[in-house]
Each structure stands twice: as structure tokens, then as C-alpha cells.
Design a protein around this ligand. Sequence first.
Ligand code: NAP
Length: 522
Amino acid sequence: MSQTSTTSAAERATQHAANGGMSPHDADARHAHIIIVGTGFAGLGMAIKLKQQGSNDFLLLERGDDVGGTWRDNTYPGCACDVPSQLYSFSFALNPGWSRTYSSQREIWAYLRDCAARYGILPHIRSQHAVRAAAWDDATNRWRITTNQGDYTADILILGQGPLSEPAKPAIPGIENFAGTLFHSAQWDHAHDLHGERVAVIGTGASAIQIVPQIQPQVSQLLLLQRTPPWIVPRLDRAVPAWRQRMYRAVPLTQRLTRTLVYWQRELGALGLVYRPKLMQSAARIAQRHLAAQVPNADLRAKLTPHYTMGCKRILVSDDFYPAVSQPNVTVETAGIREVRPHSIITSDGREHAVDTIIYATGFHVTDMPIAQAVRGRRGATLADAWQSGSQAYLGTTVAGFPNMFLLVGPNTGLGHTSMVLMMEAQFAYITDALRTLAQRGVQTVEITPAAQQAYNEEIQRKLQGTVWLSGCASWYLDAKGRNTTLWPGFTWEFRRRTRHFDPAHYTLQPQRVAPAVAATP
Ligand code: NAP
């Protein structure tokens, strides 16, 4: 890495500590061959793969003070994963010690911190570095990345900030006048005690259904503002017995077999979501039986019954949400929110609900990620400009007009049925192969051709047409124009097959500039 000395000795010492013991000399680096944004599953996994292929000239810019991404930020009570632990981890770093079928946030975060340390990634991380902007410079063929702690340059930019990083807080009339406590599920206010309070939770998505059973016993009244009831199937979470953990440690192949089994079980889910939405009817019956068994009250059951095809929105898993909302201190309110007053919420039917605290469990900016406004490619166009008619990328990874840039968990790489880590790992393979190819061929810039990107996205949008996600519900899978720009329409192995090798034929490759061997004579 090249060095420029712009920081004081004290700042360098602080940075040294923050970087996990990296030498102050290295901590001054303002240029790296590769800069990765984010240290969640995506950024960390990418860094580990780079390291494993012998690359050390990379930095990770992290806005927080620790690794972990969404698993660091989401600390709300009950936060856990709804994908089985065996699959929600890197294939190259299986964890024999998962304590439950579905891991808690704490356990996943600890796993990621352990991976960062174990694979030697900590010295590459610049924590508390929030990326404000990134711009491609045609003159130098480099990315200039502006952070809250100064500028960096890189030959290659990898965006791994993820789609679940920017909390969405809907503009509700009067919310700015609310005199009580207000926070988002991803920014939980642990200093605030909910005991005995009247609490409103807005939303009934994956986060809300985990929060509600945890806080219901503490609060005096819980007002759950539901716009659309989710489909919920049994979670069947269990402790992993100690003997099984010992077996995984002693004979790692047994854990690999378990993972393979879980992989194929989950993969079957794509059949109904993507290829045969009618198959969702049998899964819907399981969910209906679950609701009937857990909610004896017919009026409440009617409110909680979804009226759209199962799978159109994310299918949720829970064994404790329905029992919690059946408790006498919970009201499931289906009238919309008209306005918020200093001490209450007024619903669209004119009723006033007194509340002390409001919790937004309203999700994230997924199809309108703020970073798209901040990344500029050739001729100064932002990603948001390029994505005016819908975000798109080639293989969810490269975007025309944005040379030497790779997206992790980019457009149409999301899943409705299994672990996102599988998709990320496919992208790691593609990107590392791309970087290897560039180095071998002496390529300075690589850029997907507009034709290849367009053909790919036409294919993706065609495939999406028959899927359950376009069966008529509103969801965060769709952008403002109703296009599904988030999900991969297929099995994960299909994506893995397509990303196994970098395909230079679809790219414009510009060779390294070679300095003239002989000075021109006058
Ligand atoms: P979400 O799934 O987007 O749910 C947001 C909820 O807020 C929905 O019920 C939505 O209603 C409601 N909402 C949004 N705006 C509203 C408004 N203006 N008025 C009233 N209600 C409003 O968000 P999330 O629960 O935070 O989950 C986001 C994603 O994070 C998940 O889909 C999942 O990918 C991930 N997640 C995963 C886990 C896990 O276990 N792995 C756990 C939590 C989150 P509508 O349905 O009507 O839009």
C-alpha cells in the first residue's frame, strides 16, 4: 500500500489500537489496491477470500466500531436468524458450536467477530470510517473514496454495505411532535426501560414478530399496528445437544452432511416461490393450522389471516408471536395510522391511542439504498442515475459505467427461501476469479458492456414474471415502479453455476498503460 503521512502521532496511535495492532505505518495508508465497504457477512467474507488467495493489499472501510454489519446493529430483544444456523455461516468456516437450530444475533455476531480475527482481517479494517462518497476518476483509473476521516483511493471498489443497513422510518404526519420515546428496531434504545409502559410497535415483519413476544410481558399495553398480516409457519427451534456439537467437532464431515441436508431441504422452497406458485397452497395450509392452533379468538384470527399468496412477502417463522398477541395487554390494530400527537397515535377511524413509546419495526431502504446517490461512475453519473428505471447489475455484481466496481448482494441476488450467505459466496468466487484474470492479463480497468447487462436483466425480469413475488401483494422486494429488483428467480445452485467463472467476453477490458520505453527526441 502506498503511504501519505497526514495524521498526527496521537491519531496514528489511536488508529493503531483501532486496527487491532496493525503498525501505525500501515494505518496511515490512504491507497489500497482494493477497498471494500462494510464488514458484515459480505465484506468480511470477501476479505477472507482475498486473503486466502494471497492478496494483502486491501482495506475495509467500516462506519461502525466493530465488524458484523446488520448482526452488530440489530440488537433488539429476540433478534435471531430465521435461516438454520448450519446454513447461515460461511461454508469455509463451519461452526460446530452453534447452540440452537436458529442462531441468536449474539451468537452470529460472535461468529463474525471470530472469523475476522481468525482469518487475520482486523488489521485491514478502518473502523468508524463512514463512506460519504465514491467517485471514479478516469484520469487516474482509480476510485476516490471520501469518508468522514478523509479520502482514500483504490484501483478496485467492492461495495458490501448490504441492503439491510439503512433503517426506513416512514414519514407519519405529526411524528416529529411525539413527546415520548421513539426508535427503530435496528437502533434499539437499550437505555430506555419499557416496563409498565404503553408501547406501540409499527409493522409486523420479520423484526416485529421477534420483538413482540419479548416485550409483551414487560409492557402495560402493547399496540401492534399491522398494515398487512404476514404468513407465519412454525419455527421449531431447538437446542443443539452437546453430543451433537462434540460430534461435529470430532468428525467435521458429519456437520458437512447436516449442512448439505439442510441446503437441499431449503432449496426445495424455490420450487414453490419461483416455478410453481400453486405449491405454496400446501405450505399455506400449515400456516393456517398454526394460526388456528395458537389463536383461539376468532376475531383476532381473522385480523391475523393473510389474504395474498403465501411467499409473495417474506414467509416468517415463529412459535411465540401468535401466543403473545393473544394476551390481554395486546391490541392488534388494523386501521391505518392517521397521525401522531405528542402523547398518542390517531388511527384512520379517528380513535386515539395513548402511548409512551413508539417502535418503528418498519424495515430498511432496500430498493432505494442511500449509497446509490453517493457512488459516481464515468462522467459523474451516480448509481441512482443509472438505476432510474430500476436497479440492475450483471449477475448482481457489475454495473455498466462503473469500472472496477463490484457489488456484493447487488440487485436480484436476494432470496426468499434460504441463506444469503450462499449467494455471497458465489459472488466471492466470481470476483476473486475476475481479479485473478485482470492480474494475469495485465488489465487496468474492467467494465461490463451495456449490452450484456441489458440482456441479463431482461432474462431475469422475464423469469420473475411467473413467480409468487409478482402475484399482487406490495412488498419491499418491489421498487416504486413495481419491478422486482431484489430477488434471484431460481435455485441458489443456478446462481453459483453462473458465477463460478469470470466471463471476460462480456466485459470491456482496458490494458495497463505502459510508459514509453524511450523518451521522444526533440
Ligand atoms: P419488513 O419485513 O420490511 O417489515 C416492515 C413492516 O413494517 C411491515 O409489516 C410493513 O407493513 C410495516 N410498515 C412499513 N411502513 C409502514 C407504514 N408507513 N405504516 C405501517 N406499517 C408500515 O422489515 P423488518 O421486519 O425489519 O425485516 C426486514 C428484513 O430484514 C426481513 O425481510 C429479513 O430479510 C431481514 N430480517 C431477517 C431476520 C431473520 O431472522 N433472518 C429477522 C429480522 C429481519 P407492510 O407489510 O404492509 O408493508
